[in-house]
Design a protein around this ligand. Structure first.
Ligand code: ZN
Length: 312
């Protein structure tokens, strides 16, 4: 099908959220602590609506259920991806996700979660949590039981434009002063390991220590981003990562460039500037999907996009 399918984001207020989704992206946010923009989601907790076109007003979950041909006839009960923009004004809790096999067994058949982060912007001294310093499970358990969080947690400096792939079993957390675009498997299963001993409504948030210890990989191993660049007409396409669930690229368009789509579908997020796709206007903050069989497309203007594609 040859139609660009635009989606309307859903916003989530979070104790750690801020106002950058309004200040930087001009979204109409629900409050002063808006942490997440679910830009492309078919999750029941935030099911995006189609904006305009043949499917105007339909939920993405309905398209997945009723129009599977738009997604190349891909299998699966649920739409496979979830794209978010996250505004972390304060630190998020330190967490870990299970893989598909563990989630299936321990979480009623749910999916695990692999996710990746593109740093859209961050404070000058911003940091992020990825990994830990325990060599073995025994050491991990000991450090957790003794609450030696500073010895255990690996904190690394970040800068705008950095990219991280977070595989299941990786201890991770976004820290305050960071704006990121996240591509992830459509799953909600999160084990909270440590929440900085913070209180929410007078109580600490629930932790999941035993399940965390079960799934955390020891020792931690980094997954390097690929980051190969290719000039295509007036655009630079930078490949960030390919894994079993998604392939993510960054496009920097300056002028005009023609592309061909071979995947089951591709999601585009305009994260800077403005331009057009096949003559349709695009601006920062737009998110859209090119369905299966869309074929070749032309991007023009002066803009930066992140693409998340799946299903070859
Ligand atoms: Zn996560």
């Amino acid at each position: 099908m040859h139609e660009v399918i635009f989606l309307k984001p859903v916003f989530k207020e979070m104790i750690w959220g801020g106002t950058r989704l309004r200040d930087d992206f001009c979204y109409d946010i629900p409050g002063e602590r808006t942490g997440e923009c679910w830009a492309v989601s078919a999750h029941p907790n935030g099911d995006c609506l189609v904006r305009g076109g043949s499917f105007d007003g339909k939920h993405l979950s309905e398209l997945w259920k009723e129009k599977r041909e738009l997604f190349g006839g891909m299998g699966g009960d649920v739409f496979p991806l979830l794209i978010k923009i996250i505004d972390a004004k304060a630190d998020l809790s330190i967490q870990v996700h299970p893989d598909d096999a563990y989630a299936k067994e321990h979480e009623n058949g749910a999916l695990g979660k692999t996710e990746c982060w593109y740093i859209l912007d961050c404070d000058e001294d911003a940091k992020i949590v990825i990994g830990h310093h325990a060599e073995t499970k025994e050491e991990l358990r000991q450090m957790i039981e003794q609450k030696r969080w500073n010895d255990l947690i690996r904190v690394i400096p970040i800068k705008k434009g950095d990219f991280f792939q977070i595989v299941p079993g990786t201890v991770h957390a976004i820290k305050g002063g960071t704006l990121i675009l996240e591509t992830q498997q459509n799953s909600d299963i999160t084990y909270r390991l440590y929440d900085y001993d913070r209180l929410q409504d007078g109580k600490p948030r629930e932790l999941h220590i035993e399940k965390s210890i079960d799934v955390i990989g020891c020792p931690h191993k980094d997954v390097g981003a690929e980051r190969t660049k290719q000039q295509i007409g007036g655009a630079v396409k930078e490949h960030l990562i390919s894994c079993a669930y998604y392939s993510v690229d960054r496009l920097e368009v300056k002028g005009e460039a023609d592309f061909a789509m071979n995947e089951a579908f591709c999601i585009f997020s305009v994260v800077g500037g403005a331009g057009e796709i096949d003559g349709i206007k695009l601006t920062k903050g737009d998110h859209f999907l090119l369905p299966s069989g869309y074929g070749s497309y032309r991007l023009s203007g002066d803009m930066e996009l992140i693409t998340s594609c799946t299903g070859n």
